[in-house]
Ligand binder design. Structure first.
Ligand code: GDP
Ligand code: MG
Length: 439
């Protein structure tokens, strides 16, 4: 979303004290940022009002760390605006669960149908079937067929000369015979909402009473996305939204308006053209991303997959007690390398996502190996007591690791900075981390 919003939050976060004027300025920035991002004006108005009230109510002006309080309020309200919790797909009491994909032409219905089917197969061991009910473009059926082939899912189709309602009727019979547990209906779209299309979709709905009517919306269409959502919802009473092309969306306005305007949850987001590029929509994660606080939850999840929990807890304790030493450093390096490319990890940290200092960040894994070599050249005593590093010890480390003395000095300096930073972070001061990366 918005550089502007992130900058406003960044500016605020740096402030030790927040004055009445700062608060007014921040509210103004938030308002502009949201409007620029194509968030519906009424949504913006309500949002800013709520944040201002909460900020006043929380007595942020007198608070201990007012800037962070406001950031938190904005974050919480954004989360609320987008629906608070992830909403799962509806499920029918008896198979098959019927999912009807609707939306404008090019929004991503067919692609998303494929992504969903793959997800259901992988996570629920499901046996989905597609029904090809887009009979207006001859290529539509071929495209669905291609998608289906990639993920090995059957397609029911009757060409383009049969009434879509009839196709769906027959398709449902076939699905029941074959005991498919999910039926995904790919419908036609238009460039704009029109009566004829809506009537046809309403007739299909009437016939199959889908458990889920998913409106697929291109997130890059900005303010139009909201109008589209409203139009479809009025006619079809949709059950959820899939926002596609979020990989190309820099403003995120659609994500913020749709829930507020329609009251319907965003259930999934599309983040690429591949079949794997579909994610559950988490309002809290989206809010953090919008505010530039990084995608902490994703980072934490990623870390949890690879981290030994006990060891992580131990590290946290050590950071707090300020007894973090070179042994911990080594252990941590090993864990971090398991998590994947370092630059990706750093960018997920709070305040890092949009840090200009990281624009061209490219961390060399070789450098990592060098640091490790230096630490491994230390005696056990040195590893446990980072403060004993005098010049003669440093020379010995250089010789032992085969690295130049300047590199040894740099590593030790960085390690000491890191310890300092950790102390600050565990004391709730995130600026330390920023300084370390030159922010
Ligand atoms: P439909 O007309 O609604 O069925 O839309 P399609 O499924 O045919 O998608 C239209 C185009 O958008 C295709 O080129 C898709 O590859 C592309 N597309 C769909 N979803 C996404 C997404 O999440 N990210 C990106 N980058 N492209 C997408
Ligand atoms: Mg299509």
């Amino acid at each position: 979303l918005t550089d502007r919003l992130q900058k406003a939050m960044e500016k605020l976060r740096r402030k030790p004290k927040v004055t009445e004027a700062d608060l007014r300025e921040t509210m103004r920035e938030i308002r502009l940022a949201l409007l620029e991002a194509d968030v519906n004006f009424k949504v913006v108005k309500d949002f800013v009002k709520t944040v201002r009230e909460k900020a006043a109510g929380a007595e942020v002006l007198k608070g201990l760390n007012p800037a962070q309080q406001i950031v938190k309020i904005v974050n919480d309200e954004l989360t609320k605006l987008m629906g608070e919790e992830a909403v799962p797909l509806n499920k029918a009491p008896h198979i098959p669960t019927v999912i009807m994909m609707v939306g404008l032409q090019g929004a991503g219905k067919t692609t998303t149908a494929g992504k969903l089917a793959l997800r259901l197969k992988n996570e629920n061991n499901a046996r989905p079937m597609f029904i090809a009910a887009d009979v207006y473009r001859p290529a539509a059926i071929t495209q669905l067929q291609q998608v289906a082939d990639q993920i090995d899912v059957p397609v029911f189709e009757k060409g383009i000369d049969v009434d879509p309602v009839e196709i769906v009727r027959e398709g449902m019979e076939v699905a029941k015979q074959n005991h498919n547990d999910y039926v995904i209906i790919d419908t036609a779209g238009r460039l704009q909402i029109d009566e004829q299309l809506m009537d046809e979709l309403a007739n299909i709905k009437e016939l199959v009473k889908p458990n889920e009517i998913l409106l697929v919306i291109d997130s890059m269409t900005g303010q139009n996305a909201v109008n589209t959502a409203q139009g479809f919802d009025n006619k079809l009473d949709i059950t959820g939204v899939v926002l596609t092309k979020l990989d190309g969306d820099t403003r995120g306005g659609a994500a913020m308006s749709i829930r507020a305007v329609t009251g319907k949850p965003i259930k999934f987001v599309g983040e690429g053209e591949k079949m794997e590029d579909l994610d559950v929509f988490h309002p809290d994660r989206m809010a953090s991303r919008i505010l530039g606080m990084g995608d902490m939850m994703t980072l934490i999840e990623k870390a949890q997959k690879n981290f030994d929990e006990e060891q992580a807890q131990e590290t946290m304790d050590k950071m707090r007690e300020n007894t973090f030493d070179y042994n911990d450093f080594l252990a941590q390096m090993d864990q971090v390398t398991k998590m994947g490319p370092l630059e990706n990890i750093i960018k997920m940290m709070p305040g890092m996502a949009n840090n200009p200092a990281l624009k061209n960040l490219n961390l060399d894994p070789k450098q990592f190996a060098h640091i490790k070599a230096i630490v491994l050249s230390m005696t056990p005593e040195e590893r446990e007591n980072p403060d004993v590093m005098n010049p003669s010890r440093r020379r010995r480390l250089a010789a032992g690791s085969g690295r130049p003395i300047v590199e040894v000095n740099r590593m030790i300096k960085q390690f000491n900075q890191m310890r300092k930073m950790m102390k600050q972070v565990t004391n709730g001061n995130f600026n330390g981390m920023q300084n370390m990366f030159g922010g």
